[in-house]
Design a protein. Structure first.
Length: 124
């Protein structure tokens, strides 16, 4: 196993010491959990982006996964970060096309309804 304090360069890959520790002490011992969570997350992010449902959240979690792959040293392109920023910015306009056109107003209406009922005091 590699041991580095901050940032290491091994086989032309950049490895971050804190992320290597995370992988060695949390991810690898619980590989059976991560082997379920990662493909499920990738599927849900892809489905959200394709259908246009909760697009901003899907774009955010796609960027989180992209950073995880970058920290692990599997990708090294800095253009991915720039592309991720554009995707997050585009998520602001996501409610015009796709399922967000109907899902976001429903969520806002449901949240407002629950918020109003929480503030009502019951008098006897």
């Amino acid at each position: 196993m590699y041991r580095c304090q901050n940032i290491c360069h091994i086989n032309n890959n950049v490895l971050y010491g804190w992320y290597v520790d995370f992988l060695q002490h949390l991810a690898l011992p619980n590989a059976h959990i991560f082997n379920t969570i990662v493909p499920l997350g990738e599927f849900l992010v892809g489905l959200g982006l394709i259908l246009g449902c909760l697009t901003t959240a899907a774009a955010f979690f796609a960027l989180v996964m992209n950073f995880a792959y970058m920290f692990a040293g599997t990708i090294s392109s800095k253009m991915d970060i720039l592309l991720g920023v554009f995707i997050i910015a585009a998520g602001h306009n996501a409610g015009r096309i796709g399922l967000d056109r109907w899902v976001i107003p429903f969520i806002n209406k449901f949240a407002a309804k629950n918020n109003n009922t929480a503030h009502v005091k019951h008098s006897a």
